[in-house]
Design a protein around this ligand. Structure first.
Ligand code: C2E
Ligand code: MG
Ligand code: MG
Ligand code: MG
Length: 290
């Protein structure tokens, strides 16, 4: 039977048990080799300007192509990396691979930004502000082309430390985004004094906004408040044309989600980006829609 379906108490029990499950032990034990031997790959999900449909950037999403289990998602292996102390090499790997991919795109005339997700531990790692400029220099990529995504809970656990960390990172010239916005306990008022640039509205609100009036109200008021604070807004989980239109009407800036594209391996992402065009290049006159 599945303990997960039996309610919250069992879910906690299952989580305890899960720490010793053969699968978890195998993932924990194999992770270092996986990082070093290329079993972990980045997929890229595009993010478009809601008005023009042009691709402004991509989010790098890690996948583990495990020899025994097949594709393992980050929601499963990132927490294990945090618990086993392997999050630092994992984050270094992801940053390096993502920045290197931006260099590849720049070389082929595609200028767009890449967003990298940070775990709580990586966010508070003071080495990050040293490592990132080194990686940007290594691949000759501008800081403006790198975006870091952190979650509300990382900001609220130790607000003073979070503020110092964000200040250091924003001084490098990186774009800082608050991911999964609306799922934590912070409010936009808490974010007012922090050097963040972008709010990503959590997909749970966006996916339901066509059928749930309160989700629609949350999306609408988040967009308005964020704009009043000078922040850009990305809607995650845009799965339909209806949602896209609704967000466009609400004045949301960017959309990310299955309607535009699922996360794709680098080559497939490159093809899609070429088809759609990026935000920076000017379309040839013949392709302009009048
Ligand atoms: P996230 O940063 O909020 O990323 C968005 C997640 O939503 C991704 O799941 C993406 O595949 C999924 N998604 C995108 N569009 C849609 C949609 O239209 N509908 C639905 N239902 N889902 C959509 P994924 O790739 O499984 O990643 C899960 C989480 O794992 C991410 O959430 C992020 O917090 C974390 N993560 C991913 N890569 C990394 C990484 O390299 N490092 C760290 N620390 N965390 C990572
Ligand atoms: Mg994210
Ligand atoms: Mg998110
Ligand atoms: Mg999420």
């Amino acid at each position: 039977y599945s303990a997960k379906q039996s309610g919250r108490g069992f879910a906690v029990f299952e989580a305890e048990l899960d720490r010793h499950s053969p699968r978890r032990l195998a993932l924990a034990g194999g992770m270092r080799v996986a990082i070093n031997e290329g079993q972990i790959q980045l997929y890229y999900q595009p993010k478009a300007d809601l008005r023009t449909g042009r691709i402004m950037g991509v989010e790098a999403l890690a996948r583990w192509d495990h020899p025994e289990f097949g594709i393992v998602g980050p929601s499963e292996f990132v927490p294990i990396a945090e618990q086993t102390g392997l999050i630092t090499p994992l984050t270094s790997f992801v940053l390096d691979a993502a920045i290197r991919q931006v260099r590849t795109w720049n070389d082929s005339g595609l200028e767009l930004s890449v967003a990298v997700n940070l775990s709580a531990r990586s966010f508070l790692d003071t080495q990050l502000a040293v490592e990132i400029p080194r990686l940007l220099a290594r691949w000759d990529v501008e800081a403006e082309q790198l975006e870091l995504e952190i979650t509300e809970s990382m900001l609220m656990t130790d607000p003073a430390r979070a503020e110092a960390t964000l200040t250091r990172l924003s001084q490098i010239g990186l774009t800082l985004s608050v991911d999964d916005f609306g799922t934590g306990y912070s409010s936009l008022a808490n974010l007012k004094r922090l050097p963040v640039d972008v709010i990503k509205i959590d997909k749970s609100f966006v996916m339901e906004m066509a059928v749930d009036a309160s989700d629609a109200a949350i999306v609408r008021s988040t967009i308005d408040l964020a704009h009043n604070l000078g922040l850009k807004v990305v809607a995650e989980g845009v799965e339909s044309e209806d949602a896209w239109r609704q967000l466009e009407t609400l004045g949301c800036d960017f959309a990310q989600g299955y309607y535009l594209s699922r996360p794709l391996p680098a080559e497939a992402a490159t093809r899609l980006i070429r088809e759609r065009g990026t935000g920076r290049d000017v379309p040839p006159p013949a392709l302009r829609v009048v």
